[in-house]
Design a protein around this ligand. Structure first.
Ligand code: DND
Length: 388
């Protein structure tokens, strides 16, 4: 059998994702096409919950296509090579065709072991920019990686998941871009709508009621500063603003209340966090943002989760929230001027110095230094060794 695999994050699935396998099936005489939603895509942090994406994929596929939950059921990163190894072992004697768009092919050299992927399947590629650019890209990729790569001869179909998310956020219709069942699902589950101005307004009113005056002023300062840093350094400014707004949303509770709520909500605390109560509001804040403020974006939730102790492999958004929390206008401590001036031009250095100052402060006060902060410091320190 000739089996097409249509892999994707599908956040959300849209009409191009359906047209592409239809064209591929017809032109390459495939026996069937299976949709493979990615559970934990290595290249896209902060995507919508995998089960919701799987459900949308199933709705869109209807009776026309199969949907395989293999990647969704795994906890590890969804590497295409691993999926193809699984499929070829489980269904021997079949020929596999992996179906992607031109933009995916452009990135494929950065995927996990692309040469081996091309040994296990034929790539079928749908144009995204133009037929001509795709033809050139296919030649270039074949000369770099070898293997069988073919263009699906079809016109460009200009729709993207990010455009759909943008439209939902702005209250615009998505009916022309996704199947009706997917549009209904997005609406029913309130997906992609959390960063609208109205929701931000509601969040601000609620924070005003729950946080004390000083913390509310600090929170607004962090949100505004995070937005500016995101604009300056190329992160998503709306996500930064929302993460800034909610970073301290669980901080007004007393420690015993925070611990009780962590237990109720299943927020796991490591041994150091238990010894160091001021950090608890970060993981609890992420869970509160999710459950009480309706935030589903993992990128935002992670930035909230990591804003007190930092850690290894911080994303740009994580670093922005951490730094904004240190430098927002109402902060006044020795050293804040240096952090503010670094944050004008270099977010990496501003973040590194912020972590360093925080560690030094804790040491000076004989307080526990969470190992995640040290890991974060150690990760960047070699870059700045012997440099002021
Ligand atoms: P995306 O996140 O780009 O999917 O992932 C596509 C596939 O690449 C998935 O199976 C991933 O697991 C795999 N991947 C990516 C990165 C690294 C690795 C694997 C690795 O193993 O290291 P989207 O939901 O955004 O889109 C699905 C597909 O549809 C993509 O190939 C995209 O290019 C294509 N597409 C269009 N093509 C033409 N015109 C349009 C399109 N909209 C989406 N309008």
């Amino acid at each position: 059998m000739k089996i097409g695999i249509m892999g994707g994050t599908f956040d959300p699935i849209h009409n191009a994702h359906l047209i592409i396998p239809r064209c591929a099936k017809e032109r390459f005489k495939l026996d069937k096409v299976v949709f493979m939603p990615g559970g934990n895509p290595p290249h896209k942090p902060g995507v919508t919950d995998k089960r919701l994406r799987l459900q949308m994929t199933r709705l869109a596929a209807g009776n026309e296509f199969d949907v395989c939950a293999y990647e969704v059921e795994k906890e590890e990163y969804s590497y295409t090579l691993k999926t193809l190894e699984y499929l070829t072992a489980k269904y021997p004697g079949n020929e596999f065709f992996f179906i992607i768009g031109e933009d995916s092919l452009r990135d494929i050299t950065k995927w996990y072991r692309p040469r081996e992927i091309l040994r296990l399947c034929t790539l079928l590629v749908f144009p995204r920019e133009s037929r001509e650019t795709l033809a050139r890209l296919i030649e270039k990729t074949k000369s770099e990686l070898g293997g069988r790569i073919f263009a699906i001869d079809a016109p460009v179909f200009n729709v993207s998941s990010s455009e759909i998310r943008r439209r939902v956020r702005n209250g615009e219709s998505i009916d022309a871009f996704v199947p009706p069942s997917v549009a209904e699902f997005i609406k029913a589950n309130n997906l992609y709508a959390e960063v609208t101005a109205l929701n931000n307004g509601e969040i601000i009113s609620r924070l005003k009621e729950t946080l004390g005056e000083k913390r509310f002023i600090h929170t607004m300062g962090v949100a505004e500063t995070a937005r500016k840093l995101a604009e300056r350094f190329g992160a998503d400014a709306e996500k930064a603003y929302l993460a800034g707004l909610l970073h301290d949303c669980a901080k007004s509770m007393k420690t015993h209340e925070q611990l009780k709520k962590c237990a109720e909500l299943g927020v796991e605390l490591d041994e150091y966090s238990k010894l160091c109560p001021p950090v608890i509001h970060a993981p609890l804040g992420a869970e509160t943002a999710k459950r009480e403020y309706g935030v589903s974006d993992e990128e935002i939730l992670n930035a909230i989760r990591r804003h007190t102790v930092a850690g290894k492999n911080m994303t740009l958004l994580d670093k922005i929230i951490y730094t904004a929390d240190m430098i927002e206008p109402s902060r006044d401590f020795e050293g804040v001027g240096l952090l503010r001036s670094l944050a004008e031009t270099d977010i990496e250095k501003a973040f590194f110095e912020s972590v360093k100052q925080s560690i030094l402060f804790n040491i000076k006060e004989n307080k526990i230094v969470h190992p995640a902060s040290l890991e974060s410091y150690n990760e960047s320190a070699p870059k700045y060794k012997n440099k002021t």
